[in-house]
Design a protein around this ligand. Structure first.
Ligand code: SAH
Ligand code: SF4
Ligand code: F3S
Length: 449
């Protein structure tokens, strides 16, 4: 009987993408990749180390998996992948001896070998940082692609050289590496052939992309977006996550000139106080960020802006936090993520003695989130009454509904008669509730693409 493997991913979109590539590795090693842990012969936890809570989740999941058995009744093989694997290595096996192997994000091409060794009773750990990761991985398989639907992630850049004082990513994902343009184009063409209509280009600093262009030079992210736009069946292009200091003029211009590039940008600022930005090693001021947003909006006035914020960074005073609130009021976001600072082992800020008390940080987070939620609501309301093109992605929770996304990444619920999955339909937005929009297809209108 074919062995079954289950991959559970935590953390960011890059882990979601990596899971698709690991699934291909596992299939090549003879596994069927299934959707639930129950009865799986192999469970792979694809972990996140960004905040303490994320990392601790892994150990509670491992505790739950302790007694797991596969279809044959033999104990399920358990592997830990992702950023906790990279950061903690063999410590994971010391803490939870039930774990059979550990594999860091740049060693996934070793999976078949690790599984074989673990099967023979060894407890292998593979955490070398290999900058040629993508070259070593099995080519993405079409079967995996088809099952994924009409939107897909595609990692074009991995790693980070920025070393923000709070962040583990430069340690867990290694130095910044860009994939060659030809590789990206091949994978994108394969996705489009399999029916994908929207591709989100991924990178920890995706706008720092500088992939080999095959002519001895390098291509920028804007160049790559230009190339991808020429793929006939591809309707929408997005990218995430960007750093303010890598926002080139050509990428700003692409938001004006390239109709397939969606008017949505995730551009984290983290804080609004220059003193804190400096301590965070962000290498830009609040004013520079606000000015940058102004230029981007001049190029694309309807752009939906998203961001990340950290409150309670060591040394953050009331007036620093107020500067963050002021920045948010000035900039206005369509959506945003905000977090309480979490000290991470090995990062410069973790050792500081001026940590902010938990209750102060919680109170600040509440205030910031109230403001961001109000801005998101206002943004969603501003779309009510407008007609927007919606890419239909999947059936809705109710059988008479479909769910798609607006250009601004909002989920849109429409009647099932609106169009087929993968079509772009003009939807007249009638209401906004929570994070979602609801709409209908105006009578006499048909699919726009
Ligand atoms: N590469 C992206 C995102 C990295 S992680 C970028 O540079 O923007 C995603 C978000 O998690 C960060 O933007 C930051 O807001 C948050 N984050 C990272 N480390 C954190 C920590 N130690 N405590 C709290 N939030 C953190
Ligand atoms: Fe982390 Fe900063 Fe790099 Fe983003 S830019 S991944 S926050 S170190
Ligand atoms: Fe988490 Fe690693 Fe992504 S720490 S956010 S899974 S890069």
């Amino acid at each position: 009987m074919e062995k079954r493997a289950f991959i559970k991913s935590y953390g960011c979109q890059m882990n979601v993408y990596d899971a698709t590539r690991m699934a291909d590795q596992l299939r090549a090693a003879g596994y069927a990749v299934v959707e639930e842990a129950e009865g799986a012969d192999l469970v792979l936890l694809n972990t996140c180390h960004i905040r303490e809570k994320a990392a601790e989740k892994v150990y509670s999941e491992l505790g739950r998996l302790k007694g797991a058995v596969g279809a044959s009744g033999a104990p399920t093989m358990i592997g830990v992948a992702g950023c906790v694997a990279q950061a903690e290595g063999e410590e994971i096996i010391r803490r939870q001896p039930r774990v059979d192997f550990v594999v860091g994000p740049q060693a996934y091409h070793h999976l078949p070998d690790l599984i074989a060794k673990a099967g023979a009773g060894a407890k292998p750990v593979a955490t070398e940082l290999d900058e040629d990761k993508f070259e070593h991985l099995a080519k993405p398989q079409r079967r995996a692609v088809t099952a994924r639907g009409v939107t897909a992630f595609l990692t074009v850049q991995e790693g980070c050289d920025k070393f923000c004082a709070f962040c583990v990513v430069p340690y867990t994902r290694g130095a910044e590496v860009s994939r060659p343009v030809a590789d990206v184009m091949d994978e994108a063409a394969q996705l489009v052939d399999a029916g994908v209509r929207e591709i989100t280009l991924l990178g920890q600093n995706v706008n720092a992309y500088h992939g080999a262009d095959g002519r001895g030079g390098t291509a920028s992210l804007a160049d790559l977006v230009g190339r991808l736009s020429q793929l006939g069946g591809l309707a929408r292009i997005r990218f995430t996550t960007s750093h303010p200091n890598d926002m080139g003029e050509d990428l700003i211009a692409a938001h004006r000139d390239e109709p397939k590039l969606m008017p949505y940008l995730h551009l984290p600022v983290q804080a609004g106080s220059d003193r804190i930005l400096k301590a965070m090693n962000r290498k830009h001021t609040a004013e520079a960020y606000v000015e940058l947003i102004g230029r981007i909006r001049a190029a694309r006035p309807d752009l939906a802006l998203s961001g990340d914020f950290i409150v309670g960074f060591p040394g953050e005073r009331d007036e620093d936090f107020e500067a963050t609130m002021t920045l948010v009021r000035d900039v206005t976001y369509a959506s945003a993520y905000s977090f309480k600072y979490s000290p991470r082992p090995g990062t410069p800020a973790a050792g500081r003695e001026d940590q902010v008390p938990a209750d102060v940080a919680s109170e600040r987070l509440q205030r910031l989130q109230a403001l961001l939620t109000a801005q998101q609501k206002a943004f969603n309301q501003s779309i009510v009454g407008r007609t927007v093109p919606v890419l239909i992605e999947k059936p809705g929770r109710r059988s008479d509904q479909l769910v798609g996304r607006s250009p601004y990444l909002q989920p849109v619920h429409v009647a099932a008669s609106a169009g087929g999955i993968g079509e772009i339909v003009d939807v007249s937005i009638t209401s906004a509730e929570g994070n979602s929009l609801f709409g209908e297809v105006p009578a006499g209108r048909s699919a726009a693409a």
